[in-house]
Design a binder for this molecule. Sequence first.
Ligand SMILES: *Cc1c(COP(=O)(O)O)cnc(C)c1O
Length: 461
Amino acid sequence: MSRNPAESAQEASAQQLLADAASRAQRYLADLPQRAVAPSAEAIARLAQLDVPLPEREQDAAQVLARLDDIISPATMAMAGPRFFGFVIGGALPVTVASNWLATAWDQNTGLYASTPGTSHIEDTPLRWLKEALYLPRDAAGAFVTGATVANLTALAAARHRVLAQAGWSVEADGLFGAPPITVIVGEEVHPTVLKALGVLGLGRNRVVRVPVDDQGRMRADAVPRIAGPTILVLQAGNVNTGAFDPVTQILPAAKAAGAWVHIDGAFGLWARATPKRALLAQGVEGADSWATDAHKWLNVPYDSGVAFVRDADALRAAMAITAEYLPTGGPLRNPSDYTPELSRRARGVDVWAALATLGRAGVAQMIDRCCRHATRFAEGLSAAGFEVLNDVVLNQVLVSFGTPERTRQVISALQQEGTCWCGNTVWQGRTAMRISVCSWKTNEEDVEQSLAAIIRVARG
Ligand SMILES: *Cc1c(COP(=O)(O)O)cnc(C)c1O
């Protein structure tokens, strides 16, 4: 409650500021379907207006917000729109944008239960729901982190703890110098963020054993080396180019029997398990020891939002928990920070809760199925137009060649300029390709037909 006229005025202007932000955001979102997906060269050139010295004096907050909207909004990529098919990027569901605003207003530093009971408590529910939706073990510990990169890091830190503890070594206390060596096995098509996580953890980006893959990027089960001693095996659910899955049922049981820790990088592919139509693709991953996935990709919550699950909760806590006199411990439920690399952290669980509470199991399944159907339509439409689809379209990823590498790059660049939709490029097993990734709740049939027509028009032009 305000105590004097000056404070009342401040409060009124804070309210106005938030209302202004909301109407600017609404206008931005409403414009997205009409505008070119990529920002114009002119909008990017105007970013130079930001290059000014630090203001000496206080500025009017409403004008600061207006400047942000004027300069940045036009220079954004329309990732929140219905026809952005670059990388593997969803658009935030409306309820999650709203929940995110509310959680920002709460401004809860969600590391410790005692100081942030509401936003700490709520994490348990979406973690449980995610395990139910993805059919992961009910007793696995979970952690909301920034994305799959840090989810991989978090899970692999728990793996490092456990395999070394089994060899009589405490890595958290004594570090890696003098520790028994750990064998890390990955597929030739491992995502680079797994290698980054391994580098950060002192396990090395280059000292991994790389298993050859097939023409879809799947680890070859017959080429997995014999496992002995402390070992971490990383399998992939959802190749970032093809959408393909490592053959988990052919590899995991023997690896587990030999004592390896099996980790699944399922940044987007794990979501195949949320729909009966695609669940078989990721069959057997429930037998692993840890899993990394993203909520900001296929669950369509705002950035940034990833999730790690670890079957052995003690291993995760041993890798992550800290104590200090000034930090309250205990409370009726878990301290989120006992399971994450961060102490101070935003309440990421809120947006995941809002998405799952709104969609339910059926809504999630429909969203995943819809994206996969759109991907299949892209592949069919482009094949029918005479272009070569390079991958088996099993999920939401499509790779297309338009002829020579040069020609393919030209088509991609012309399409990005044309503006109807946005697709990126890649090199898949030596072939230059356009990469189409359908990941947004917003994309409908009309968007797909409109985008297909634009791609074909540009490629024939
Ligand atoms: C996207 C992706 C990652 C990295 O996820 P971020 O959320 O960008 O950190 C890791 N692995 C795979 C397979 C991915 O697709």
